[in-house]
Ligand binder design. Structure first.
Ligand code: GAL
Length: 976
């Protein structure tokens, strides 16, 4: 080696060390934080496809995608956190719904700033290295208010999701706005990572009007510059809206380039929260029966594409809280069986709904859900990887590492030795690589079966022993080029491989064998763990036999073979650097790897002291972790391993809110007879486009007609004469909607829409008895209706136009003049249209951090009594989360769901620094803990909490204990 070469190398190392030290200093402040990078520029790439897979830039690509909704995480900084976690979890794509209503408070008004900055979102996705499946609706469903329709659309005459001109004019507005953003992030332009675009969602009506409507959306997308393939998401695998040239009998052709469908077949949780029995995985591709609903595909010229495949399920008002159960039911075993079945069926585009569910904050939740949209997903609402993320990661690394999987045909039938199992067989016609998907028969079975099955490849015939225990499935690979070594077969599964190293895995305690082929006897060295090897000179087969346990390391010629049990496999992370892929073992999470000369800079998280071992590009000699140089030594496994463990996080001190000073003020002044409502709008409309017309002779009262779309709406009805004995209100309130009424300031009571039914009503009738003895004269009836959002329109029947607020009133015999007041969706430009309703405290800024509450009295929390109506509690608290740590915090109200204490008849809107982070309903449940994302919370400063407590009045209906909760702490994160 020449001296000047060494000199250059030394200089690079010294320069790298200097950078590392510098990074080290600043990293102490914000570990893992990177300055916002400019939008990456790539060469433009084509997006093509055939029946096998997507072909991006000429390269077949298995799309392993996760769904997340930026609108369910009002913190752009944390978008990067979640997207990096998705990437680390083996996903190479993210699917985003875009919620029209989230951006549009009024016709013609669109907002893409702050938490609604979708350009920023798409830039981050590209920087993180995720392809994007863009799903802008116009209709999305998604358990969001109105299924993603803006609330102002409820007042349109034309039928939604049809070719009605006023509706199409509205969707044109939205598409013009959102397409402009999506279009400039297309892979095909070289300025982003969008590869697919969805028009409409589950449009199950297939009449001419819907066909015209879809065509209109398709043409508009093209006119707006969308050049990537366009698809629709079929509600189930029904062959609806397949590309026109599909030609499969029984399908419905549509203006689409690709056919995609969704499915949630995993089995459910019982209403008591216990895990239900698994169901069997459907063959929705080449292993299935023929025809529109099964068979090779309903669309023979396009890849198998699950636009949504269950990654969990949502939960509803009044449930016992099923997310923990769902995370198990749709857990690792489910993922292996169901996603594995999809792989065997050649579904090479799979998107898991949800991978991060997030929070339906403000008035986002559709009537069918409460605030938490955790979904039992792989990444929980507090942004932590659940155990089930491990199987998602294994499968994701596998489908991205083993390229022949992107082009397979159904192989000859394989007959296992036991009828308790089946083996689905696929073969790549170019490389002759074979894939054997072994699963129980039926796949819902959970027995413990050991069996053998025969394989026959170009390498010869073999009999493979295998075991399936519990809800499990395995995909084995045979006749495969494993980093230049020839893999004959392995009964361990391939997790990933990169130059010089391969990682295989199997269940702890199960035996495995791996056969590689060499022209002459290779040098084999078992570096750790136990494995035996034998070489057969006749075939050239080198056979390794072992039991999966911990980490077995075997060196064969130039290859380091790592064979891990599941728990150990989960400690590995594969990340890409400029110099090639990197495999890391040890930390809780590895986010990024950058290679510069001999320096390999890693970022990631630890939740406890952790090992660090790295298989990086050849030239990587120095490793930094979150900017700090990590002293490391080379190992016989050809890795670098840190001398010392990486540190875990320091404890996070949290203020005790029961010791805080709580400022208190009652409101609901609208309930009092003397309240001045002269400036309120008089309810004088006589026609409405809502599906709920007023009774004959009454004016329209439905709130949307008067521009009051979200949250609470107040009515004051003035009439003269004698007081009625009772009065009944037909009202629309959404999920767990509420009505409270007063006559001349006297509280009549409240009524809550029932929630414990299979299909809970969103509209109901409340009858209040008027106490006797009210004097004759002028009266005022004050009514507050809480609108827990508009219905979705899944049935294409304008269900979102069901009236909200009052619909009709019976029991009053004289003429009534109604005044109405609600929230202004355009008022809070920062927090957006869904943050506020029409409570007095909202209309006058009590929810905002800057509001001066010094004139208020103080009250203890928990409190001992509550007035009927709404009252506010405000406090401030300081957070001192250690720098360089990511603490995921929440707010807990009351006990846990299993508490046997009487449930108070009260509910709370939780405003954190002005952000409406959810609704607690004590007597409905199930949610007690509300996730508060960093960004909404300032982790290093003062924060303001304002609670709007709406109560039925009295001591048992008073505010319970309120506490901050630390849901997880990591050292690392994306910085704040
Ligand atoms: C799908 C729908 C999604 C969502 C999901 C259930 O059918 O396309 O928008 O509603 O069901 O979470």
């Amino acid at each position: 080696m020449r001296f000047d070469g060494w000199g250059r190398r030394l200089r690079t190392i010294l320069a790298a060390l200097a950078t590392a030290t510098l990074l080290g200093t600043s990293a102490a402040a914000t570990a893992g934080a990177a300055p916002p990078a400019p939008r990456p520029l790539h060469p433009p790439r084509t997006v093509g496809f055939d029946q096998y897979s997507m072909i991006i830039g000429g390269q077949r690509t298995f799309i392993w995608s996760g769904e997340m909704h930026a609108y369910r995480l009002p913190s752009p900084t944390l978008w990067r956190d979640v997207l990096e976690k998705m990437k680390a979890t083996g996903l190479n794509a993210v699917s985003f719904y875009f919620d029209w209503g989230y951006h549009s408070p009024a016709p013609g008004v669109y907002d893409f700033t702050g938490v609604r900055d979708m350009d920023r979102l798409l830039t981050i996705a590209d920087q993180v290295g995720l392809y994007v499946i863009a799903r802008p609706g116009p209709y999305i469903n998604a358990e969001t208010d109105g299924g993603g329709f803006p609330a102002w659309l409820t007042t349109q005459a034309g039928k939604a999701r049809s070719d009605a001109p006023d509706y199409l004019a509205a969707t044109d507005q939205w598409q013009s706005a959102i397409d402009a953003i999506i279009a400039r992030h297309q892979v095909t332009n070289g300025t982003g990572s969008v590869i697919l675009y969805q028009i409409e969602n589950e449009l199950a009506a297939t009449g001419t009007s819907q066909r015209n409507y879809l065509q209109h959306l398709y043409d508009k997308a093209h006119a707006d510059g969308i050049g990537v393939p366009i698809f629709h998401n079929d509600k189930g695998r029904n062959g609806i809206w397949v590309p026109a040239n599909s030609g499969v009998e029984g399908t419905v052709p549509g203006p689409t380039d690709l056919y995609a469908f969704d499915g949630y077949p995993g089995g459910t949780c019982h209403t008591d929260g216990s895990v239900g029995a698994p169901s069997a995985a459907p063959d929705w591709g080449i292993q299935g029966a023929g025809g529109a609903k099964g068979g090779a595909t309903a669309s023979p010229n396009t890849p198998g594409f699950a636009a949504e495949f269950g990654g969990g399920w949502f939960d509803y008002w009044g449930s016992v809280g099923t997310y923990p159960c769902t995370a198990q039911r749709q857990g690792s075993g489910y993922e292996r069986v169901f996603y594995g079945t999809n792989i065997a069926n050649r579904l090479t585009v799979q998107n898991f709904y949800m991978t991060f569910g997030g929070t339906s904050w403000g008035w986002l939740p559709a009537p069918v859900v409460y605030t938490s949209y955790d979904y039992g997903a792989a990444i929980d609402e507090a942004r932590q990887l659940r155990p089930k993320a491990a199987a998602l990661k294994s499968l994701g690394y596998f489908v991205q590492s083993v390229a022949p999987l992107t082009k397979v045909d159904k192989g000859p039938d394989v007959l296992p030795s036991s009828t308790a199992v089946k083996v689905e067989h696929t073969v790549n016609p170019d490389t002759d690589t074979h894939f054997y998907f072994a699963v129980h028969n039926p796949s819902s079975a959970t027995t413990d079966d050991s069996f053998t099955f025969p394989i026959s490849t170009a390498d010869g015939s073999y009999t493979l022993p295998l075991r399936l225990n519990g809800q499990d499935a395995k995909t084995l690979v045979a006749d495969y080029d494993l980093e230049g070594q020839h893999l004959v077969y392995s009964t361990s599964e391939i997790e990933t491989h990169l130059p010089g190293v391969a990682l295989l895995h199997g269940r702890d305690g199960e035996s495995g064998e791996t056969v590689l082929r060499y022209a002459s006897k290779p040098a084999v060295q078992v570096l750790s763990g136990s494995a035996t090897s034998s070489y057969d000179p006749a075939t050239g087969d080198l056979k390794l036999s072992y039991t999966h346990h911990g980490l077995i390391r075997v060196r064969i010629n130039a290859l380091t073979l790592l064979i891990a049990d599941e728990g150990t496999a989960n400690t590995f992370w594969r990340v890409d650097s400029e110099a090639g892929p990197v495999l890391v073992r040890g930390p809780e999470l590895v986010r990024t790897a950058h290679a510069a000369g001999p320096l390999l800079a890693l970022t990631g998280d630890t939740t406890a002291p952790a090992d660090l071992e790295v298989w990086g590009p050849r030239q990587s000699l120095l490793v930094t972790w979150n900017g700090v140089l990590v002293p490391a030594r080379p190992t016989t496994s050809r890795s670098l391993t840190a001398w010392r463990q990486l540190p875990g996080p320091a404890p996070v001190p949290l203020p005790d809110l029961s010791r805080a000073t709580w400022r208190y003020a009652p409101e609901s002044p609208e309930s009092q007879p003397g309240f001045a409502d002269v400036s309120w709008r008089t309810a004088d409309l006589t026609t409405t486009n809502s599906t709920t017309k007023p009774p004959a002779g009454q004016v329209v009262l439905t709130a949307d007609d008067y521009g009051f779309h979200h949250g609470d709406v107040w009515y004051r009805g003035h009439f003269a004469g004698s007081a009625p004995p009772s009065v009944s209100f037909d009202f629309g309130g959404g999920g767990a909607g509420l009505i409270q009424a007063w006559l001349d300031g006297k509280y009549l009571g409240q009524y809550v829409l029932p929630t414990n039914l299979a299909s809970p009503p969103t509209r109901g009738t409340a009858t209040f008895v008027v106490p006797p003895g009210m004097p004759d004269g002028d009266h005022v009836l004050s009514v507050m209706v809480r609108n827990d959002s508009h219905n979705e329109d899944g049935g294409v029947n304008d269900a979102h136009k069901e009236g909200r607020g009052l619909i009709g009133v019976t029991g009053l015999s004289t003429a009534v003049t109604w005044k109405i007041q609600g929230g202004d969706s355009s008022a809070d430009r920062v927090r957006g249209p869904l943050n506020n309703g029409g409570l007095y405290g909202e209309r006058t800024g009590w929810y905002l951090p800057g509001f001066d509450d010094r004139g208020w009295t103080t009250r203890p929390v928990p409190d001992t009594d509550a007035p009927a109506g709404t009252s506010w509690y405000r406090t401030t608290f300081d957070l001192r989360v250690p720098r360089g740590e990511d603490a995921s915090l929440g707010l807990t109200i009351g006990g846990d769901s299993s508490s046997t204490q009487p449930r108070g008849h009260y509910r709370v809107l939780i405003f954190v620094n002005g952000w409406n982070m959810g609704q607690y309903i004590a007597d409905v449940g199930p949610q007690h803990t509300f996730v508060l994302p960093t960004g909404v919370l300032d982790p290093h400063g003062p924060n303001t909490l304002a609670l709007a407590v709406t109560s039925d009045g009295g001591p048992v209906n008073a505010l319970e204990r309120v506490q901050l909760a630390n849901l997880a702490t990591a050292r690392g994160g994306v910085g704040t």
